[in-house]
Design a protein around this ligand. Structure first.
Ligand code: 6PG
Length: 508
């Protein structure tokens, strides 16, 4: 039992003698992520104060993992705040939602103007918008920070995406950039993201992209397994090979390892896992936000729906007995097809990131945030789940041109997607013929073809809308005349006048 625990049992309030404010920052929430961030901070030379609602966890932590390190504990919010140097820097790593608000309320009576509350959970960005404003009115700086990289990342270097009240940044920059992961060029994977909930917004998009990357990988695995009839051990080696090329990334690497992992009977464990995907909601938030902002972030949307489709397994079992389709049969050069598959994955990934950055760009406009795009790509280069070599190229693209309209217009990515096209088209067409679902590969290609098409069939759609609902349409400038003036909302009585539509037009 720790000295503190003994003291408490003896009725001595270990928190009462006005504690010396020795800690550089404090962290509330001692689940594994929280503990690991504290240990990481201590390793970097900071003194950290730990607090948890169930205070026995504080004692256990101090007596074990934290022993001998520059870590102090507190057994009440009051004691915790008293142990922090000013301005107080407090990070919450508690469940998103009400627990964050509850802790903020509990902290407020013990804080002073200029103190900083950081929420490091997976909070929804509108909550962080609200908290930034509400706390600013009380003179407290709120920071909503994306934290990515799981338990391992928290311990040895996560990707950190802080946003909120910028007044806080000079006070937390050193701590954040010290504990964050470093890119292979030694740059910290952490920078100021932007105002209000921008940090949590960027983390949300990160998670959406994570969903997309994972779905693309799963589709590639399925295509190799069912389309090419490859055993899992062979597929693992393809991923191992891909991890040495343009797809080199954490998610490809762990896929290789997962596929190599055999159960005690010597067969791949992955084949025994129930094919029903879970989700906690951050991918769904990204998809909903893209609909709200009118941005075609189709790949993340498909990735979320693919998880939903996987989850309705009983329906799929029934449908598998009732709904027919082709049986995949591959003929030809397998190695060449695997090369095409690599290109298809690469091209689809480029589309997914281009869509993600389109959403970020639109959010900056819509919410009036100043966002630093080169830094966002840099923050994702190391420490986080989507870390990859590829993000170095994205960082370079936005460093070369911070106002780049679309990632696909950057010289490097423009060339890359052109080079990948033949293989990509081959894969998407083959899997359609084989009856293997590849929603992420397919939507990426459809988006690419739609985005590069000057005239889409939305002219017909507008006519339909006007026909049944008088929703009006606009005329193409080259066809404008007195009856159909340019830039005006026009309605036609489509049934009333036979071919003579011009007589029945009006300008709304
Ligand atoms: C990260 C992860 C992390 C978490 C996902 C899982 O960046 O470290 O994204 O935040 O693992 O939210 O999300 P799902 O449970 O929805 O797959």
């Amino acid at each position: 039992m720790s000295n503190q625990a003994v003291a408490r049992l003896a009725g001595i309030n270990v928190g009462s003698p006005a504690p010396h404010p020795s800690a550089d920052f404090g962290l509330i929430g001692l689940a594994v992520m929280g503990q690991n961030l504290i240990l990481n901070g201590a390793d970097k030379g900071f003194t950290v104060c730990a607090y948890n609602r169930t205070t026995s966890k504080v004692d256990r932590f101090l007596d074990n993992e934290a022993k001998g390190k520059s870590i102090v504990g507190a057994h009440s919010v009051e004691e915790f705040c008293a142990k922090l140097k000013k301005p107080r820097r407090i990070m919450l790593l508690v469940m998103a939602g009400k627990p964050v608000d509850d802790f903020i309320d509990a902290l407020l009576p013990h804080l002073e103007k200029g103190d900083i509350i950081i929420d490091g959970g997976n909070s929804h960005f509108p909550d962080s918008n609200r908290r930034t404003k509400a706390l600013a009115e009380k003179g407290i700086s709120f920071v909503g920070s994306g934290v990515s990289g799981g338990e391992e990342g928290a311990r040895y270097g996560p990707s950190l995406m802080p946003g909120g009240n910028e007044a806080a940044w000079p006070h937390i920059k050193d701590i954040f950039q010290s504990i964050a992961a470093k890119s292979d060029d030694g740059e910290p994977c952490c920078d100021w993201v932007g105002d209000e909930g921008a940090g949590h917004f960027i983390k949300m998009v990160h998670n959406g992209i994570e969903y997309g990357d994972m779905q693309l990988i799963c589709e590639a695995y399925d295509i190799m397994k069912r389309g090419l009839g490859m055993p899992v051990s062979e597929i693992a080696e393809v991923f191992a090979q891909w991890n040495n090329g343009v797809l080199d990334s954490f998610l490809i690497e762990i896929t290789r390892d997962v596929l190599r992992y055999n159960d005690d009977d010597g067969t791949p464990l992955v084949e025994k896992i129930l094919d029903q995907a879970g989700q906690k909601g951050t991918g769904k938030w990204t998809a909903i936000n893209s609909l709200d902002l009118g941005m075609p972030v189709t790949l993340i949307g498909e990735a979320v729906f693919a998880r939903c489709l996987s989850a309705i397994k009983p329906d799929r079992i029934r449908a598998s007995k009732l709904l027919g389709g082709p049986t995949p049969k591959f003929t030809g050069d397998k190695q060449a097809f695997i090369k095409d598959l690599e290109q298809a994955l690469y091209a689809s990934k480029i589309i997914s990131y281009a869509q993600g950055f389109m959403l970020i760009q639109e959010a900056a406009k819509e919410y009036g945030w100043k966002l630093n795009k080169p830094s966002i790509a840099l923050m994702w280069r190391g420490g986080c789940i989507i870390r990859s070599v590829f993000l170095k190229d994205i960082t370079n693209a936005y460093r070369t041109n911070p106002n780049l309209e679309n990632l696909l217009f950057d010289g490097f990515f423009n060339k890359a997607i052109h080079n990948a096209q033949d293989g990509w088209r081959n894969v998407v067409s083959k899997v359609a013929l084989w009856g293997i679902p590849a929603p992420a590969f397919s939507t990426a290609l459809s988006f690419y073809d739609g985005y590069r098409t000057e005239s889409l069939p939305a002219n017909l759609l507008q006519a339909q809308r006007d026909y049944f609902g008088a929703h009006t349409f606009r005329i193409k400038p080259e066809y404008a005349n007195n009856n159909f003036p340019e830039g005006k909302d026009i309605h036609v009585n489509w049934t009333g006048r036979g071919g003579n539509v011009s007589a029945s037009t009006y300008i709304a």
